[in-house]
Each structure stands twice: as structure tokens, then as C-alpha cells.
Design a protein around this ligand. Structure first.
Ligand code: PRP
Ligand code: ORO
Length: 207
């Protein structure tokens, strides 16, 4: 009788220790993720990635601030961190793709980190040569994840997705380094694409 009580006791202790271990693991993992975002925000501020003034956006809208990822993604440390962060979330996919100009250095870095081949999407056809909007090799039926530097309306990403779909690739996920929380997530959702932001602009800018 006594022996079976001590067995149950030991089992109970083991179960509690198991739960504790899982809890500690979750806390450590979450801290790791939060730290990457904090590090990227620090780098964005350090290298002039957040600018204040009067800006016109690609949609024609006016803004009192501008997220200048191009100023920061030329820094290897920023590019490496972004590539690690996005690569860790990629899952199985045949191609990663980036829209010119901002998406191209990012997708190149993600490709190096994840070893997934990449595609570049031109804003428009050149009118000569192959006249392809999508540069790189792929097969019809390949799946692709699109990577962008900044999203506002999401129309640039959507345009890239349309080009990929027209070429016979399937796209249902996209990543952006900074989402300006101005409708891109909803816009893409309506078009069957889940957009994940590494950083939301409210974490970066006091609006
Ligand atoms: O979500 P949206 O409303 O489409 O806005 C975001 C787009 O604007 C910027 O590109 P831009 O048009 O300035 O071109 P660039 O990358 O060639 O500089 C940015 O790189 C995104 O592609
Ligand atoms: O909407 C845009 O055009 C835009 C906004 C922003 O903050 N940064 C950027 O590169 N583009």
C-alpha cells in the first residue's frame, strides 16, 4: 500500500516537473522572438530607417513618417536578422519571391539562409529580351512565399502575387518587415493570402 502511494507521488512530481519544463521552454522561446523584434527596431532607429517629415507614399497618400527599409537593409546585420526571422517561419515552400526594388535584397538573404531558391518580380515588363516579369527558374505548380520590405495598402505585394499566379505558381502566404497597419493585411486576406509582419508600425512609430 505504502509503496503504491510513493509511486503515485513520484509520478505526480514527474508530471509537475514536465509541465514546468514546458512552461520554461515557452517563456524562453517567446523571449527569443521578442528580442529579435527589439533588435530590428533598434537597428531601424540607428540606421535611419524611421524618418519624420512630409512624405508622399506609393498610393499617393501623404504621411508624416516614412519607413526607409532600404537605408537599413544595406547593413549586413539587419539583413541577417530579418533573413533568420523569416526563414524560421517559412515552412515547406518551393520558392521565395521578392518584388523589385525593396523585396529583392530581402528575398536574396532569406534564400541564402533557408536554401530555398528565389525569384525576383519586376514592377513591369522590360519590353525586350525575355520580357518576363518573373526572373529566376521555377515550374508551373510551384508554391511561393512573397517577401516585402514595407506594406501600406498591400497593392505592391498583390501585384507581385498576381504576376506569380499568372505564371502558374501558387501563393497563399507573404511576409513584410514592417506593416504600416493601413489595410494591407485585410487587402491580402481578401485575395487569399495571409500576410505576416515581422514588425507592426505601432511598435516603431508614435502615431
Ligand atoms: O503596400 P503599398 O501601398 O503598395 O506600399 C508599399 C510599397 O511601397 C514601397 O515601394 P515603392 O513603390 O516605393 O518602390 P521601390 O521598392 O521600388 O522603392 C515599398 O517597398 C512597397 O513595395
Ligand atoms: O507606402 C509606401 O509607399 C511606403 C511607406 C513607407 O513607410 N515606406 C516605404 O518604403 N513605402
Amino acid at each position: 500500500m505504502l509503496r503504491s502511494v510513493s509511486c503515485v507521488g513520484r509520478l505526480f512530481v514527474l508530471i509537475i516537473l514536465g509541465f514546468l519544463w514546458v512552461f520554461v521552454l515557452i517563456v524562453l522561446l517567446r523571449r527569443g522572438l521578442v528580442n529579435v523584434v527589439r533588435k530590428l527596431i533598434k537597428l531601424l532607429n540607428e540606421f535611419g530607417g524611421v524618418k519624420y517629415g512630409d512624405f508622399t507614399l506609393s498610393s499617393g497618400e501623404k504621411s508624416s513618417y516614412y519607413i526607409d527599409i532600404k537605408a537599413v537593409c544595406t547593413e549586413p546585420v539587419f539583413l541577417r536578422e530579418v533573413a533568420r526571422e523569416i526563414s524560421g517561419e517559412l515552412g515547406g515552400v518551393d520558392r521565395v519571391a521578392g518584388v523589385a526594388l525593396g523585396g529583392v535584397p530581402l528575398v536574396t538573404a532569406v534564400s541564402l539562409e533557408s536554401e530555398v531558391p528565389y525569384l525576383m518580380i519586376r514592377k513591369e515588363e522590360k519590353g525586350y529580351g525575355t520580357n518576363d516579369r518573373i526572373e529566376g527558374s521555377y515550374s508551373v505548380g510551384d508554391s511561393a512565399v512573397i517577401i516585402e520590405d514595407v506594406t501600406t495598402t498591400g497593392n505592391s505585394v498583390l501585384d507581385g502575387i498576381k504576376a506569380l499566379r499568372d505564371a502558374g505558381l501558387s501563393v497563399d502566404r507573404a511576409f513584410t518587415v514592417v506593416d504600416r497597419e493601413s489595410g494591407a493585411i485585410e487587402n491580402l486576406q481578401e485575395n487569399g493570402v495571409e500576410l505576416k509582419a515581422v514588425i507592426s508600425v505601432s511598435e516603431l512609430v508614435n502615431r
